[in-house]
Design a protein. Structure first.
Length: 145
């Protein structure tokens, strides 16, 4: 464990450097906040933002970890948590307990959230949909002029 002070220019936006094969999302960009290195992998804190229009979302999955929260900084995202549609907007905090079945299926063009998880290199598994879960259609992003 060591002190860390990460400035916005210290780490670049890009693909999730810690994603495993079931957690590769090319429709999002990530910025490492230096916490993985500072905590020797105990905790990961990263920013996540929308990169391209939602299509198939994350699919149904859960994570093998001890702690996981999402704090929405800008915009919004729609999740399925078990069979419930949940709108997570700027200013909202979500605690995702270990093993929770979820599916991030829609998000705004300006979506940006802080994700904190422990251990930092947690596992992800694709899972079968919960009984009765129905994914609503996703919104279409406005086209740029
Ligand atoms: Fe997830």
């Amino acid at each position: 464990m060591k002190f860390s002070h990460n400035k916005p220019t210290d780490t670049a936006w890009g693909p999730d450097p810690y994603a495993d094969k079931d957690r590769i999302r090319d429709f999002f960009e990530y910025r490492d906040l230096g916490i993985m290195e500072a905590t020797d992998g105990l905790v990961n804190a990263q920013l996540v933002r929308a990169k391209s229009q939602p299509v198939d979302g994350t699919g149904w999955h859960n994570h093998q970890l001890n702690f996981h929260i999402v704090y929405m900084i800008k915009g919004w995202a729609k999740f399925m948590y078990d069979d419930k549609v949940t709108l997570v907007e700027a200013g909202d905090t979500v605690h995702q307990q270990p093993g929770l079945k979820h599916f991030l299926f829609d998000y705004s063009p300006d979506m940006e959230y802080l994700e904190i998880a422990s251990p930092g290199n947690f596992g992800t598994k694709h899972v079968t949909p919960p009984e009765g879960a129905v994914i609503p259609p996703v919104g279409i992003w406005p086209t740029k002029e």
